[in-house]
Design a protein around this ligand. Structure first.
Ligand SMILES: C[S@@+](CC[C@H](N)C(=O)[O-])C[C@H]1O[C@@H](n2cnc3c(N)ncnc32)[C@H](O)[C@@H]1O
Length: 377
């Protein structure tokens, strides 16, 4: 089955490129479904037993689980496979995107400015948490242009790589998160009808576009620090016929006026920021919301037993996601309260995945759920 989305901006893949991409996706499914569970067996058995013998208690922290599992050759093999598959992911997709950049530019002319808009800011200072690492091993991270005049390579690459990274579990248009969080939101706040919505850290708008359908008639904005991603995101949304207003901005301090939005969302943004930035962003949400407005954030926050934090902890140390571990220990209620939100309005929940039942053969089994938190102004 071809690895494809349903919109016309989606980068093409020739037969051999499709084949290589299929291999990566299958390898990732194999690592996740066949190899990863062995870590849990080790953790529950010999690793905990050994730790209890020396410490008189079970493993309690992210650091302990990483260090103790890391002593196991099986775990080292799994980690090596996962890291290698991540590097192969970009090695496989990037050349295919770069060779078709002229075609993408041609297509972009057709899908431009009819429904929504695009504002780029080439002078925007990139935060250090973006420039210091190639985030999740993506060469040049999200923000790096490959041509002097600016381009959309990093965004187009993201559209294809995320489909492989998620093993197809986010649906053909990688929009499961936005579909699922919006569906959850409408059930939780059935009478809330936002007129203006902002999706922060939108990358190419996978989660922003579904909000156009969740709230017909609302004005949907989407921001990201990464120029190549909002550029591609704009053309992608236009190809899908959806009105989204993209702009290249830092969510820590945007140029929107006070009280401009009724609903502010983010999907997997916080774990790619820093301790300081996350606080500034929640404050910015408070400033940007109208009274009665709501912020809704989804991120990879492990809840429950300590093993639920192992995968994110491993990624923090081995896949250039520096804040992904630290964010697990953050008190999001306290951060929201400090920003001005009423602690009584704070909520945490899990939005069920809309595509759980849709994954086909060779793909993953669906995400199950997305952990969300938020508050009302
Ligand atoms: C994992 S991606 C988010 C995925 C996206 N929300 C989706 O639904 O597909 C994280 C994004 O957050 C963006 N980001 C991180 N810090 C930011 C900030 N301070 N302001 C705006 N965007 C930011 C990154 O550039 C990156 O595109």
């Amino acid at each position: 089955m071809p690895v494809n989305a349903t919109h016309a901006m989606f980068p093409d893949a020739w037969h051999d490129e499709q084949s290589r991409q299929h291999f990566i996706r299958s390898l990732k499914v194999h690592i996740a479904q066949d190899v990863m569970p062995g870590n849990k067996t080790l953790f529950d058995g010999p690793v905990q037993t050994r730790f209890r013998k020396t410490h008189g208690r079970g493993i309690e922290t992210r650091k302990e689980i990483r260090e103790e599992l890391g002593k196991e050759p099986y775990n080292q093999l799994w980690g090596s496979m996962l890291r290698t598959s991540q590097e192969m992911l970009y090695d496989t997709v990037r050349p295919s995107i770069e060779r078709q950049l002229p075609d993408l530019n041609q297509k972009a002319k057709k899908f431009s400015g009819k429904n929504g808009s695009l504002r780029l800011n080439p002078d925007l200072a990139m935060p250090r948490y973006h420039t210091a690492v190639d985030i999740h091993s993506k060469p040049g991270a999200y923000h790096t242009n490959v041509t002097d005049e600016g381009d959309m390579v990093a965004g187009a690459e993201y559209d294809r790589t995320i489909h492989l990274y998620f093993m197809g579990q986010a649906g053909p248009n990688n929009d499961d998160m936005g579909v699922s969080t919006g569906t959850w939101f409408k059930q939780r706040f059935p009478n809330f009808k936002p007129k203006r919505i902002l999706d922060m850290g939108c990358t190419v708008g996978h989660a922003s576009v579904p909000y156009v359908d969740h709230f017909p008639g609302a004005e949907v904005h989407a921001i990201d620090v990464a120029g190549p991603c909002v550029r591609y995101g704009h053309h992608r949304a236009e190809a899908l016929g959806k009105a989204v207003h993209f702009s290249q901005q830092n969510a820590e301090h945007t140029d929107f006026p006070d009280g401009y939005f009724d609903l502010i969302t983010s999907h997997l943004m916080f774990h790619e920021t820093s301790v300081k930035a996350s606080r500034a962003i929640v404050k910015e949400c408070y400033r940007l919301l109208a009274p009665g407005g709501i912020m809704l954030h989804a991120d990879a926050i492990g809840r429950g037993e300590i093993y639920s934090k192992y995968f994110v902890e491993w990624n923090a140390h081995n896949n250039a996601e520096p804040y992904l571990g630290t964010m697990q220990d953050e008190d999001w209620k306290a951060i929201s309260t400090t920003a001005g939100f009423d602690p009584k309005s704070y909520f945490e929940d899990a939005a069920p995945s809309a595509y759980v039942a849709r994954s086909d053969r060779g793909e993953g089994k669906g995400f199950g759920q997305y952990n969300v938190f938020g508050a009302v102004k």
